[in-house]
Design a protein around this ligand. Structure first.
Ligand code: HMG
Ligand code: MG
Length: 301
């Protein structure tokens, strides 16, 4: 049954901007996070503390945290790969951290310079340390529906990695279709298999819209009772392995679907669309969101 309290986790300032070729200034990143909170988003991944040699777009995340207006009820999280990232996130005042592992060996090597087992081994102490400091931890499983190097990924491997993260202390595990190759039946089967291991209240889905399937994938998983859905304002970002491809599911489209189904999101679509428009103007490209395009047509300059 659809979870009546499905949370939208806004990942545009992190997953979106990390995949944009234009480097966005700290001031514009701060503005984006503030705009998103103003629109009613309550869970926002504001950036990451990773190696700038690997992801230069996320340099300056500490300044982003320092500059945003902190408000009660808005949880700002940071993605971290290792103890150093965790310490920097804590020092910056992150309310929550997210760690990431992959369900594909080759992707794990290319994204984090280690095998799946090595990366999980490194993440264990990071999760322990975060929990000991009172920070909730989210875990991501990348390549949950396919890998750019290996092609199909066994569901059993996704179940294993998600189960490990949950068992080790992640409150929530987000299943990432990193390259956006998933389609609804496969998305539902994979998500259902994970749920049978870790339960609905800890399962989130994270679809990229490379092939225009992200919203359909969410719809296919909603009645499994998933707790959270990740999305990115204006569909920011792209697919790191397909230059020019679309990014994450657009938050405006997700809000429109959920509200239309009677699932309250607490998000103001007008404000959200304005936030998307502002960041799109900053990076100089049109919104990827159909709902945002329709909103603009209803609100001519
Ligand atoms: P490594 O090269 O094995 O690590 O990378 P290292 O310890 O040898 O460090 C390499 C350099 O990075 C050193 O600098 C370190 O100081 C520095 P140098 O001495 O060469 O100048 N460094 C750091 N700098 C800042 N913050 C840190 C940090 N750690 C080391 N925390 C490492 C290993 C994990 C660090 C690297 O591979 C890395 O940072 N990877 C991040 C990759 C990344 O961010 N990918 C995108 C996020 S995952 C994703 O988008 C998927 C998701 O959205 C879900 C989905 O869609 O599926 C979550
Ligand atoms: Mg992603």
């Amino acid at each position: 049954m659809t979870n009546p309290a499905v949370r939208i986790v806004e990942v545009g300032p992190r997953d979106g901007l990390q995949n944009e070729s234009v480097r966005v200034s700290v001031a514009d990143r701060i503005r984006l996070v503030d705009d998103l909170a103003d629109a009613g988003l309550r869970w926002i991944e504001a950036g990451s503390f990773v190696s700038p040699r690997w992801v230069p777009q996320m340099e300056g995340t500490a300044e982003v945290f320092a500059g945003v207006a902190r408000r009660p009820g808005v949880v700002l999280s940071a993605l971290v790969p290792n103890p150093r990232g965790l310490e920097e996130a804590i020092a910056a005042g992150a309310d929550k951290v997210a760690v990431f592992a992959a369900a594909s060996e080759t992707f794990s090597q290319r994204n984090t310079n280690g095998s799946i087992a090595e990366v999980l081994g490194r993440l264990g102490p990071v999760i322990d340390a975060a929990v000991a400091r009172g920070l909730p931890v989210r875990g991501y499983v990348s390549c949950a529906l396919g890998c750019p190097y290996e092609g199909s990924v066994p569901v059993s491997r996704v179940v294993e990695v998600a189960g490990w993260l949950a068992e080790r202390g992640c409150r929530e595990v987000s299943l990432g279709d990193t390259i956006g190759v998933g389609t609804p039946i496969a998305a539902r089967e994979m998500t259902a298999a994970v749920i049978s291991g870790i339960g609905t209240e800890r399962t989130a889905v994270h679809f990229h819209d490379t092939n225009g399937q992200a919203l359909a994938n969410v719809f296919a998983c909603l009645d499994l009772g998933i707790a959270a859905v990740d999305a990115s304002v204006a569909g920011l970002g792209g697919c790191p392995y397909a230059p020019g491809a679309s990014g994450n599911l657009a938050t405006e489209d997700l809000v429109t679907m959920l509200e239309g189904m009677g699932v309250a999101t607490g998000v103001d679509l007008d404000r959200l669309s304005r936030a998307g428009e502002r960041i799109c103007r900053t990076i100089g490209r049109p919104s990827q969101s159909k709902a945002a395009m329709a909103w603009r047509a209803r609100h001519p300059y």
